[in-house]
Design a protein around this ligand. Structure first.
Ligand SMILES: Nc1ncnc2c1ncn2[C@@H]1O[C@H](COP(=O)(O)OP(=O)(O)OP(=O)(O)O)[C@@H](O)[C@H]1O
Ligand SMILES: [Mg+2]
Length: 850
């Protein structure tokens, strides 16, 4: 079985595995690698390959609306209503073709965009056999079995690999096993095949430490590719909750409609199964069959535009909708609000006075932890230390325990000049270092207060401690970091990101609350917020009080000293409290939260894991782009909302009116073919919503379609629409020479056809998101064409074939009056529902800015 292949080939010592793969510690030559690539193919997971046309078409038929339409078509065919069945089939075919081509275009542009943020791997290759190996950054797709690669913190495991050497390696493999805590891995020579601690799999990422490894399997032969679908699947996002939720409510409605129509007609009119085609046509009329097409087109257009204008890459289309819906944005501090270019400010001794010792030991630690790493990846604090102090080559190190964001410590072990002794040099977050020092209680408090004072002035801190131990050969672990002697503090200055203040202000103004989630000291984080012009409403430690009482959600809240798991917990709790949450971060410590959020956002300069976990990748470290991305999301979401609002209220109104009239009239209010043609015209016009520009009001607030409030809106406007239709019916009955005209089926059908298309055109223009500029733009033009079809089709030859006839002039006058009154009612209703009354609003308002 494919899933067992990597583990099976990985038994034995590292050297045995290398030999089996016909490779060596120095990696492959370029020629060998090229030959293998030709034989095995790209290292691309099958899911990332372009989808073929037949599959696209098949996918198009798989949405629930198409399924319902097909069922209705089948029912029509069963009762030999061939015309209805044919029209339904045509509707399905058009829908599926439009959707497949839309998705094809979207997939293509998304693939292009994803390529912009695709990852690379550090590979050891040699130009020729005799030459020494050189580490090279290659596209992940070029990896082949036998390649020797290097992994460092924040890297993705690019294929299934066997570790050759590793130091302090922990990996996140939640995508494979579901366990969320990082797992320790080592390059043991006598591996236990069941534990697999010597293997790392594609889909995992490096939480801490570094390693050299040999590639065992690539592409479709990796374990994750062979795993049954569903590994790493995310929870329902805001998009799933809203668009899918609404779809399912509608499908229930549609399935209920035909039996209801049949029963009502049988009970009140004594009609039998001959009403079935009409009942089916009514149910078809209720179907928003263009919904999948409109959703795909709106999102794909938005995503392409966002990439072109602001360099923002949306990796998953629904994430664009979710961007527009977020009402809480969590951001990390370092690298997001600040530039993450720290410079050493001071070196303090335990007494709080300037003393170079702390800086000296911190730099020795930084140098040797990097020297001993398989893939040295200095973080910004290490870089600052190495810049500020002389290199530490005078020492000789025997081991290191690399930094990890849960421990918040890094340790280097030096050979002491005195034989038989080792010196541990530990640097890290103040609380964590103090916890491991042998100190009297009062002394610990004094040192913590000293650190708080420095942090309150906005400085970042590292505490430094040392310990002397008898020399040993056994490797050092975090358990050895205890009984330390405190040596002092190093303080760093970091500058604010230039657009941070303005972006935060913009987001708060757009109704998005901001949470700062940082691994740093509470004092440093608070001071940074103040310097950005915001007094935090609250400063929590870790994930405490994540969802908090309501007021705290609105402004700016800080969670300091967060571990990666704490960041994820804050996000999860906010989501559980009903918020749509975005997370913006760039570090290894942000990966779990990026995964947990409705929308994960990372700058392009972020580490590979953060970029991979993110749904949205910002062009540069340009925080301002977040604001643009949110607006683009609201833009697309607003158009989808407009479409749903218009199509559903108008469809519902038609159905209600048709049912009522059907029961009052001696004949069917419309022939099934007429219902379907009208539906086709309306559908075509609705495509314009994918190209619309929603009003400014729609962009001012988080826009999540909430099924419940949406349905409330629908019933209101559906009823209004039904009243307009029935008023036309009344007018026809009363004014056109008494009951004769109504008895004339063709006149009635034509009159109602015209009125229906005209009211639908009106609804399109008046129920768009936001007000102002009504009638202009693509929606206005589509509505005009729809109205023209409504007026011109009945008197045309095609109309005659559909059983329609020219209408007498007085009808047009009367219908103008009805439409005028309807427009007035719609305008008043729309004004109330679209902005001032949150309860009736389809665009849910979480903020108080409405
Ligand atoms: N290389 C390092 N060696 C030792 N300690 C470090 C190192 N990098 C960071 N620390 C300590 O760990 C603390 C937390 O760092 P972490 O990376 O979790 O957060 P951050 O980058 O400061 O903040 P944010 O989560 O906002 O990005 C820092 O305040 C610092 O004291
Ligand atoms: Mg960070």
């Amino acid at each position: 079985m494919a899933s067992e292949a990597p583990a099976a080939g990985a038994d034995g010592t590292a050297l045995q595995v290398l030999r089996r793969l016909e490779s060596g510690p120095r990696g492959l030559t370029d020629a060998e690698a090229a030959a293998r690539l030709a034989a095995t193919g790209d290292n691309t997971p099958p899911a990332a390959r372009p989808v073929s046309w037949p599959r696209l078409l098949l996918r198009g038929t798989r949405d629930p609306f198409t399924a319902v339409l097909l069922v209705l078509g089948l029912v029509s065919a069963l009762v030999a209503s061939w015309g209805t069945a044919a029209v339904i089939l045509a509707l399905v075919a058009v829908g599926v073709a439009l959707r497949a081509s839309g998705e094809h275009r979207a997939d293509r542009s998304l693939a292009g965009l994803r390529e912009l943020v695709a990852g690379t791997a550090t590979v050891l290759r040699r130009p020729a056999d005799a030459e020494p190996p050189r580490p090279r950054e290659l596209p992940v797709a070029d990896l082949v079995p036998g390649d020797v690669i290097r992994l460092g913190p924040g890297d993705l495991v690019p294929a299934d690999v066997r570790l050759l050497r590793a130091r302090g390696l922990t990996v996140h493999q939640a995508a494979l096993t579901g366990e969320s805590a990082p797992v320790a891995k080592s390059a043991t020579q006598t591996p236990d095949p069941a534990a697999e601690s010597h293997l790392c799999f594609q889909g995992a990422d490096i939480a801490s430490g570094s390693a050299t490894a040999v590639v065992l399997a690539t592409g479709a032969r990796t374990r994750i590719a062979a795993a049954p679908d569903g590994t790493g699947r995310r929870e329902a996002s805001a998009f799933d909750r809203s668009v899918h939720g609404i779809s399912w409510v509608l499908i229930r409605f549609m399935l209920l409609t035909p039996p209801l129509v049949l029963m009502a007609n049988a009970a009140l009119r004594g009609r039998g199964l001959e009403t079935l085609p009409f009942a089916v046509a009514v149910a078809v009329g209720l179907t928003p069959e263009m919904l999948p097409v409109i959703v795909t087109t709106c999102l794909a257009r938005g995503a392409v535009l966002l990439a072109r204008t602001h360099g923002v890459v949306v990796k998953r289309l629904p994430a664009l909708h979710d961007l527009g819906a977020i009402d809480v944005l969590c951001v990390d501090k370092t690298g997001t609000l600040t530039q993450d270019r720290p410079v050493v400010d001071r070196s303090l001794g335990p007494d709080g006075h300037d003393d170079p010792t702390a800086l000296h030991w911190a730099a020795v630690n930084a140098w040797w932890t990097l020297q001993l790493a398989e893939l040295p990846q200095p973080d910004s604090l290490d870089e600052a230390l190495l810049e500020a102090a002389a290199p530490a080559e005078a020492y000789d190190a025997v081991d290191a325990v690399p930094y990890d964001p849960v421990r918040r410590l890094a340790t280097a072990v030096l050979r002491d000049p005195r034989p038989g002794t080792h010196t541990l040099v530990v640097k890290g977050a103040v609380e964590d270092v103090l916890d491991r020092c042998s100190l009297a209680e009062g002394e610990r408090d004094r040192l913590a207060a000293l650190a708080r004072r420095e942090a309150d002035s906005g400085l970042r801190l590292l505490a430094v401690a040392t310990a002397r131990r008898p020399a040993r050969t056994r490797p050092y672990t975090p358990a050895d970091e205890r009984g330390l002697t405190f040596r002092g503090l190093v303080t760093f200055r970091d500058t604010l990101a230039p657009e941070a203040a303005e972006t935060l202000r913009g987001l708060l103004g757009q109704g998005v609350a901001v949470r700062v989630l940082t691994g740093d000291h509470p004092g440093t984080a608070t001071r940074v917020c103040r310097e950005l012009g915001w007094e935090p409403e609250r400063v929590n430690v870790g994930a405490d009080a994540a969802s908090g009482p309501e007021p705290a959600v609105r402004g700016l809240t800080v969670h300091a000293r967060c571990t990666p798991a704490d960041k994820a917990r804050v996000v999860e709790e906010l989501r559980a409290a009903g918020h749509t949450v975005g997370f913006l971060g760039d570090g290894v410590n942000d990966a779990p939260a990026l995964r947990a959020a409705d929308v994960g956002i990372a700058p392009r300069s972020a580490c590979a894991v953060a970029r991979e976990c993110a749904d949205v990748v910002l062009g540069e470290k340009d925080l301002a782009a977040v604001g643009h991305a949110v607006t683009a999301g609201r833009h697309s979401g607003g158009n989808i909302a407009s479409y749903l609002r218009v199509t559903l209220s108008s469809n519902l109104g038609n159905v209600l009116a048709m049912l009522t009239a059907g029961l009052l009239l001696p004949f069917l209010p419309m022939l099934p073919a007429q219902v379907l043609v009208q539906n086709l015209c309306f559908d075509a016009a609705q495509l314009a919503f994918a190209y619309d520009r929603p009003g400014a009001a729609a962009l001012r607030r988080p826009a999540e379609l909430r099924p419940r409030s949406f349905l409330r809106f629908l019933t209101g406007f559906g009823a209004l629409n039904a009243v307009a239709d029935l008023a036309t019916f009344g007018v026809l009955a009363l004014a056109l020479h008494g009951p004769d005209a109504v008895d004339d089926e063709a006149v009635f059908h034509s009159a109602w056809f015209t009125e229906n298309l005209l009211t639908q055109a009106l609804v399109m223009v008046l129920l768009r998101t936001g007000r102002g500029a009504a009638g202009t733009g693509p929606v206005g033009r589509a509505a005009a064409v729809l109205g023209a079809v409504g007026l011109l089709l009945p008197p045309s030859p095609l109309g005659a074939r559909l059983g329609m006839t020219p209408l007498p002039l007085p009808y047009y006058l009367l219908v103008t009056v009805v439409l005028g009154l309807y427009a007035l009612a719609l305008r008043r209703g729309a004004r109330g529902a679209l902005c001032t009354d949150p309860s009736g609003c389809t665009v849910a308002q979480h903020s108080n800015h409405c």
